[in-house]
Design a protein around this ligand. Structure first.
Ligand SMILES: [Ca+2]
Ligand SMILES: [Ca+2]
Length: 252
């Protein structure tokens, strides 16, 4: 009996330790205007310019910052896993002195995993590129997708711009960047070549959808895009555009 009680006590202590470690595990992101500290229990978004802090009820898994409506005031958009819940939320807030919630959506059903801001249509208005894992009517398999939206500030709604079933090949990661320097951003897509090789494609908006404009060489190393001060890199290797090709870390 004594041993059983001892066993239960040890179990409870171990569980409590696991919960504490789980809730305290912290990741900190620093960018030009924001510091984001995120834990499973809650996150703090701190506006470095104003000192203003926004508390979020869960772990932020992706975020981006940009002026979505051209009023010279930045917005922050983020995807977060709500604490003690299975919900995955997408929220967009102004970064003004009194942050205003522009959009909040429980998008758990479509499993959001990424948010990026960028003007891919070239009309001066930034789109919101949301990564989901879902089926589409034309491709009924649950896969990573990237859908593009604008935002209706007055009605706090996302307005679909384009929701492609897929690009050329299955999508692993994406980013928005002006790869060829023509002043209009392309969608950079890390795609799975389906035999252990990957490729990066840059897709241009053509008024009705995206067209593959340039590609990298194929490579075996899976990874993610990272934005620097004035460059875009993939797994720490800078991406450049040379003669219609995407060059990774100086290698064609
Ligand atoms: Ca646009
Ligand atoms: Ca471009």
């Amino acid at each position: 009996m004594k041993n059983m009680v001892k066993g239960i006590l040890i179990g409870i202590i171990a569980l409590a330790c696991c919960i504490i470690i789980y809730s305290l595990k912290e990741t900190v992101y620093n960018c030009e205007s924001l510091k984001i500290s995120t834990k499973n229990a809650y996150s703090i978004i701190e506006n470095i310019k104003t000192g203003e802090q926004i508390k979020v009820n869960g772990r932020i898994i992706s975020f981006d910052i940009g002026d979505l409506n051209g009023d010279n005031m930045e917005e922050v958009g983020f995807v977060y896993k709500k604490c003690l819940s299975r919900k995955t939320m997408v929220e967009i807030l102004t970064l003004s002195t009194n942050p205003k919630l522009i959009y909040s959506g429980d998008l758990t059903d479509v499993r959001p995993w990424k948010i990026v801001f960028g003007d891919v249509t070239g009309d001066g208005v930034k789109e919101i590129a949301l990564g989901f894992v879902k089926e589409t009517p034309f491709h009924p398999v649950a896969m990573k997708r990237c859908f593009f939206y604008n935002i209706d500030f007055n009605n706090q709604k996302l307005i679909p711009v384009f929701r492609p079933s897929r690009f050329t090949r299955p999508l692993i990661d994406y980013y928005i960047w002006d790869m060829d320097g023509d002043g209009i951003s392309e969608v950079l897509v890390l795609e799975d070549m389906n035999h252990g090789n990957y490729i990066i494609g840059a897709y241009k908006w053509m008024g009705f959808g995206f067209v593959l404009d340039s590609e990298s060489r194929q490579f075996a190393e899976k990874g993610t895009f990272n934005k620097g001060d004035s460059e875009i890199s993939f797994n720490g290797k800078i991406l450049e555009y040379q003669e219609g090709k995407i060059v990774i870390g100086g290698e064609l």
